[in-house]
Ligand binder design. Structure first.
Ligand code: SF4
Length: 463
């Protein structure tokens, strides 16, 4: 289970409160629905070698994407398919290996290439067998040159695939963080979210993860599920807290187009003030509960136990440093282009994209993406900084862009201030959200999207 449940939301211009507090989870900007095939761009499909020439390569992050799951959760719109029949996982790893070779080649050796962090996400990376996970680590180490034993390595897992043999491989190869999607410790709620699992399975998996002695355990939980009450929410939180997780992610439930839930109960994207109110109430209850139990808030979703080891790289700055994504659902970021492969949510489309990836021989060019320059780079920097509880230092922004955030975004920041979403006690050198601002991160973030990204997202046809 991934810990970064993906998004697509609407981003109406105007008052961010008008669209309700849950418009879009902004964890990467621009969203993939704003990417387009680069073959249609005047510059064409750029060779990776040209793209990466001159880019800083001494603190890259490496992400390997495994697009397989045992089930398709009702809330999930991530790029993943159910199962991997007919040796598909082998063919996928073969393609990943070819891609890694091509990408490492493109990075060249003129400047030092170093990875400051690595992550295996999905999908469910532990859908792979223990032997296949060894191979995945080999691709990261031998093909790409990442030193997994000396950098943070985060891996996503699910209750039924977090088996002792797989965890032993991951721990032995240097995993420093394991993130497990539990969603709810109440069986009926798990069923309502279309993630059928029993609490006993979840508890057994958590025991195996703790036995593997990976330094950081993250547990994902979801609020806003049909039938969930404040009492049952706190019950799930306490069940998670019993494991002393170093991190907890609390996700509001979204119902998105083409997902299991999107096809059934609620109308995806439709206004539902009572549900908004339920989610806000559960968010506040969850936040207060964790703060009272010795956790600090890192962002709207993320909480870290006081004194717990940091799971991220000390020397990778996500606002500025590059990312290499391998696999057909992964993104890569240079300072000017974000790129990936095609994106879909619907099962048949996903299967087609994975099949095309496994058959591909040429990985030397960027296929689908979006240029992120000038104004877009400012927006991205602001989004990635201000949605963190610690806020954004304005001198860092000024140093990078030569301008002031309030001068660049007077309308947006003025609106946030009027709404009470900025913390007036932060002082002149710091732009920080108030507790209510953090609670409204999913309304505030989309407000910072540029008109052209909004237009591209609106024109995107979900498939
Ligand atoms: S385990 Fe569920 S939420 Fe996680 S990627 Fe698979 S389908 Fe999505």
């Amino acid at each position: 289970m991934t810990s970064t449940t993906d998004i697509t939301g609407t981003a109406d211009a105007g008052d961010p409160a008008a669209g309700g507090p849950y418009r879009s989870y902004v964890y990467a900007y621009p969203h993939k629905t704003a990417y387009r095939p680069l073959g249609g761009h005047p510059a064409g499909r750029p060779p990776l070698r040209e793209l990466w020439a001159g880019e800083p390569k001494d603190a890259l992050s490496l992400y390997l994407h495994i697009p397989f799951c045992e089930v398709r959760c009702g809330f999930c719109n991530l790029f993943t398919r159910i199962g991997a029949p007919d040796e598909l996982s082998t063919r996928y790893l073969d393609a990943l290996d070819r891609q890694a070779g091509a990408v490492r080649d493109a990075l060249g050796d003129r400047e030092p290439v170093r990875f400051a962090s690595a992550a295996f996400g999905g999908g469910t990376p532990t859908f792979l067998t223990a032997g296949e996970l060894e191979r995945l680590c080999d691709i990261a180490e031998k093909r790409m040159g990442a030193d997994l034993l000396s950098v943070p390595l985060s891996v996503e897992t699910s209750p039924s695939t977090a088996t002792a043999d797989r965890l032993a491989v991951l721990a032995g190869r240097g995993a420093t963080r394991v993130s497990i999607g539990v969603q709810s410790f109440v069986d009926a709620e798990a069923r309502a979210a279309v993630r059928p699992q029993h609490r006993s399975e979840v508890e057994a998996a958590l025991g195996r993860i703790r036995d593997a002695r990976v330094p950081v355990l993250n547990i994902d939980l979801i609020y806003g599920i049909d039938g969930q009450t404040e009492r049952s929410w706190l019950f799930s939180l306490d069940a998670a807290l019993a494991w002393g997780p170093e991190e907890l992610y609390l996700y509001p439930l979204y119902v998105r187009p083409l997902t299991g839930l999107g096809r059934s109960a609620r109308v995806a994207g439709a206004a539902d003030p009572a549900w908004d109110e339920q989610r806000l109430r559960l968010y506040r209850a969850g936040r207060d509960h964790l703060l009272a139990h010795g956790y600090e808030q890192v962002s709207m979703r993320m909480f870290r136990r006081a004194g717990a080891p940091r799971a991220g790289a000390e020397d990778h700055a996500c606002q500025t440093d590059g990312m290499i994504g391998l696999g057909c659902g992964a993104r890569s970021y240079t300072s000017t282009l974000h790129y990936s492969f095609d994106y879909a949510v619907e099962m048949r489309e996903i299967r087609g994209i994975i099949d095309a990836f496994t058959a591909a021989e040429d990985f030397s060019r960027a296929e689908v993406g979006r240029y992120v320059t000038g104004d877009e780079a400012r927006r991205r920097h602001l989004l990635q900084s201000v949605l963190q509880a610690e806020g954004m230092r304005t001198d860092g922004y000024r140093e990078r862009f030569g301008s002031e955030p309030f001068a660049d975004f007077p309308r947006e920041l003025g609106l946030f201030a009027r709404r009470g979403w900025l913390d007036p006690s932060a002082g002149p050198g710091l732009l920080r959200l108030s507790p209510e601002g953090l609670a409204h991160s999913d309304a505030l973030g989309p407000e910072l999207f540029s008109p052209s990204v909004r237009a591209a997202m609106a024109a995107y046809e979900a498939k």
